[in-house]
Design a protein around this ligand. Structure first.
Ligand SMILES: *[C@@H]1O[C@H](CO)[C@@H](O)[C@H](O)[C@H]1NC(C)=O
Ligand SMILES: *[C@@H]1O[C@H](CO)[C@@H](O)[C@H](O)[C@H]1NC(C)=O
Length: 532
């Protein structure tokens, strides 16, 4: 367990040792009495949790330190009024003024117009804090149907009492019509009296002076004005909600007001986070849903990265792109290719599967935009079709993502998921004994990632006997393979192999074009023919 301590900075180390002193007597006792794997995992998770809480405390410490600095600067500036203070502040450099760092006012100067701009206009709270999980649920007025209450009911139903105690749900009504905000808050109070009383649900809304004049913002990315307004406001909404949530707990999860959650989602998310922390994976995002910004988990102590980024570029990009850009900025080397970038980003942005959240609504809050996206990972869904293929050695230079290897796909145990195929890449199936092939089928992409297909990819065979290969044919490659087919626009390659080629010793797929996508083979089916 010691390495966990060594990595801590000195400020945190002190608190950590104190906390450890509290923790160790009970955990050691358990550990000694039941020295099994489970206990060890529990201990590791306990330490990971402490580590996460310490980071949170450290962030709080920084922010109070910042306030002290601000205060002492103000005092220093006014020291002519109170000369004794100069002694107390005690720096001999008071006549050298500090450089001025940029602040959020540089990007959003309208905050200066009203001292209340950063103060919520409405707060319904019992002051719950120090929880493990903070769920942020932004909601806006919808023309068609609101799913907010159904969403909250579902979230609460899917939590155990223990999970409820360790969670805070913050509903942000991103509207400036206070009457409407109050109405929503009242509805929540009436619908969930027990939860409102215990403080698990809070309702907040921003002040109208928090938003700049949205009618006057720049049109960007060639989007129509209505869409630019919608996505710019969404950036500001998320920044507000995250700023409010930041001090309330250890982990923050961004949700939406029209979703369904899976049972035990709180424990699942927390265990995944703690497991990654104890394995020393330095994640920035844990992703529990494939859709947009739903089910993205952050450490509360790292929310300032997002808030600052969203506020700086709120008018330029949609919020999910900004998240992606932030990670690219942190991880990608422009001298290297997009494959490198994708893999580097995957180190900070970890995906949990299957998804824990699903959309219920079909009406997006952007007027007229029908939201059809559903997370395919949510329900049971077939992601591959397995077959009993002829014995073969399979190989490819395309790097597999995680355990999704070509070997497993060939055996029908999973699908193949390759990182960014490049021109000239092959997938080779070398049969243990040359065979007659009656039929072949390769299906690329799957329900969850339909675009992860093989594009511009041919199917080629190497007959056992080169006598049957007409080297002058346009359909024969330089290295003697006969091109017998290619992937179509639907991502499928299928066909027969003419018996005139005799027995086939190798079948391979060859990629001819650069692709921006990864590639999945969700079905490989090679049917052997009877020898004549
Ligand atoms: C080459 O293949 C194409 C389609 O794959 C086919 O139409 C054509 O007849 C073939 N040419 C020869 C010479 O085999
Ligand atoms: C496939 O790749 C080849 C080689 O790069 C290229 O000449 C051809 O135009 C591509 N075909 C399609 C349909 O993209």
């Amino acid at each position: 367990m010691m390495p966990h301590i060594i990595t801590l900075t000195s400020t945190r180390k002190r608190c950590f040792v104190i906390l450890l002193a509290i923790l160790i007597p009970c955990t050691i006792f358990n550990f000694v009495s039941f020295p099994d794997m489970r206990e060890e995992t529990n201990l590791q998770n306990g330490i990971a949790e402490l580590q996460a809480k310490l980071e949170h405390l450290h962030a709080k410490y920084i922010s109070s330190q910042e306030e002290i600095n601000l205060l002492s600067h103000q005092l220093a500036e006014n020291s002519h009024i109170l000369p004794d203070l100069q002694f107390l502040i005690g720096n001999g450099t008071s006549n050298i003024s500090s450089i001025k760092l940029p602040s959020i006012y540089n990007f959003l100067p309208h905050f200066l117009d009203d001292p209340n701009s950063l103060r919520p206009a409405f707060v319904q709270s019992k002051g719950r804090s120090g929880v493990s999980m903070v769920l942020g649920v932004p909601t806006v007025k919808r023309e068609v149907q609101s799913y907010l209450l159904a969403t909250l009911k579902n979230l609460l139903d899917r939590m155990t009492p223990a999970e409820t105690t360790d969670t805070l749900i913050i509903v942000m009504v991103a509207e400036t019509d206070l009457e409407y905000v109050t109405y929503v808050a009242k509805q929540i109070e009436v619908q969930f009296p027990k939860e409102s009383e215990s403080g698990i649900i809070e309702v907040i809304s921003p002040s109208s002076s928090y938003y700049p004049d949205l009618t006057k913002i720049r049109d960007t990315l060639g989007d129509d004005h209505q869409r630019v307004v919608w996505r710019s406001k969404q950036n500001l909404d998320f920044a507000f909600l995250m700023s409010y949530a930041q001090t309330k707990g250890t982990f923050y999860i961004q949700l939406e007001d029209d979703i369904l959650a899976k049972k035990n989602f709180i424990t699942t998310m927390k265990s995944f986070a703690l497991q990654k922390i104890s394995m020393k994976e330095h994640w920035f995002v844990l992703d529990f849903c494939q859709l947009g910004f739903i089910g993205k988990m952050f450490k509360c102590s790292e929310l300032p990265w997002l808030v600052q980024f969203f506020l700086m570029f709120y008018n330029d990009k949609p919020v999910d792109w900004l998240l992606d850009h932030l990670i690219s900025t942190k991880m990608c080397n422009l001298d290297k290719d997009s494959k490198h970038c994708k893999m580097a980003k995957a180190r900070l942005w970890l995906h949990y599967k299957p998804s824990l959240f699903q959309h219920i609504g079909t009406h997006s809050s952007l007027k007229g935009k029908v939201q059809k996206l559903k997370d395919k990972q949510f329900g049971k869904i077939t992601l591959y079709y397995g077959h009993d293929n002829p014995d073969a050695t399979v190989e490819t230079h395309i790097k597999p993502y995680k355990q999704y290897t070509l070997q497993k796909a060939y055996k029908g145990e999973s699908f193949f998921w390759g990182l960014l195929p490049q021109p000239g890449d092959h997938l080779r199936f070398k049969f243990t004994q040359p065979i007659f092939i009656k039929r072949y089928l390769f299906r690329s992409g799957n329900a969850e990632h339909p675009s992860d297909r093989f594009y511009n990819t041919t199917v080629e065979v190497m007959p056992e006997n080169q006598r049957y290969v007409n080297k002058n044919s346009v359909n024969v490659t330089e290295d003697g393979y006969v091109i017998i087919g290619r992937f179509d626009a639907m991502g499928i390659a299928q066909g027969t192999v003419d018996r005139k080629y005799g027995k086939i010793s190798v079948l391979r797929l060859t990629v001819h074009s650069e692709s921006d996508n990864w590639a999945i083979l969700s079905e490989i089916y090679i049917v052997e023919d009877e020898p004549s």
